[in-house]
Design a protein. Structure first.
Ligand SMILES: [Zn+2]
Length: 165
């Protein structure tokens, strides 16, 4: 089980909601720099946390290509119906190039390999009172920003406070 910190947790939640969300959007919403977001995403990967990210920024895709023969230089599986499933990794451009080499019956594109491992969260603090959030956070969305609070009361109070500003 991977331990993630407050900021990492928030970023993961955002990517869970929208895997296409760009680093610059995340940076804006969390009020941190784009470089920090990139650093955190990198550190999450180092920790072995799997998640999906905007593939135009990250580049790597996996294509599952079904055709009547194996695509050269690929991991290839023979299917029960006699067709072949080839796995090709690369960016969109590379995959298109490989696809043009073969008459594909069908293909699927994957952004990232997922795992279903549960993530253990640590140190998530309430954006209103500053106390550590033990259970599930109470989310507050104002405009494009997401706030994390510890309880219904803090959620309501923060909402009032922010609406005044
Ligand atoms: Zn609180």
């Amino acid at each position: 089980m991977a331990k993630v910190n407050q900021l990492e947790y928030k970023i993961l939640q955002m990517l869970k909601e929208d895997s296409r969300k760009s680093a610059s959007k995340i940076a804006k919403e969390l009020n941190i720099s784009r470089a920090t977001v990139a650093k955190i995403i990198h550190s999450l990967k180092e920790k072995g946390v799997k998640f999906t990210v905007d593939y135009y920024e990250e580049g790597e895709l996996t294509a599952f290509i079904i055709s009547d023969k194996c695509l050269e230089n690929s991991e290839c599986y023979k299917l029960i119906n006699g067709e072949f499933l080839s796995l090709v990794k690369g960016d969109m451009k590379e995959i298109h190039k490989r696809l043009s080499d073969i008459k594909a019956e069908k293909f699927f594109l994957s952004i990232e390999k997922m795992n279903t491992e549960k993530i253990e969260r640590s140190e998530l603090y309430c954006d209103y009172c500053g106390n550590e959030i033990k259970g599930n956070p109470f989310l507050l969305k104002i405009g494009k920003k997401v706030y994390y609070t510890c309880c219904k009361t803090c959620q309501t109070q923060l909402k009032k406070k922010l609406q005044k500003e």
